[in-house]
Ligand binder design. Structure first.
Ligand SMILES: [Zn+2]
Length: 100
């Protein structure tokens, strides 16, 4: 049974990473059509589409120095306090919000 765990965990991590890449790649067109269907009012009101705001966040991350008790989430690209650290995979940290 221990072998199963060893096989499942990297598999899950890979699947998660792959789906993350897929989301990033397909984000803009999908999010646009989906959110305009589901939430026209919010989108018109200036609520940022998923992915649209990430470039801004990256700029913020570049400018603000990362403290020793903080980490850069590899999913939402926000600087998080160490207490928000949920998982580290392949040297990339993920925050509790992204890990759900
Ligand atoms: Zn995150």
């Amino acid at each position: 049974m221990a072998t199963d765990y060893d096989e499942v965990r990297p598999d899950v991590a890979e699947a998660r990473k792959a789906s993350l890449d897929a989301v990033k790649t397909a984000n803009a067109p999908d999010a646009r059509s989906v959110s305009s269907e589901l939430d026209e009012a919010d989108t018109a009101d200036g609520v940022d589409l998923p992915g649209a705001d990430l470039s801004n966040e990256e700029l913020t991350v570049t400018v603000v120095p990362q403290a020793e008790d903080e980490f850069l989430c590899g999913s939402c690209f926000l600087i998080r306090h160490h207490s928000m650290l949920a998982r580290v995979s392949n040297g990339v940290s993920y925050c509790l919000e992204c890990e759900g």
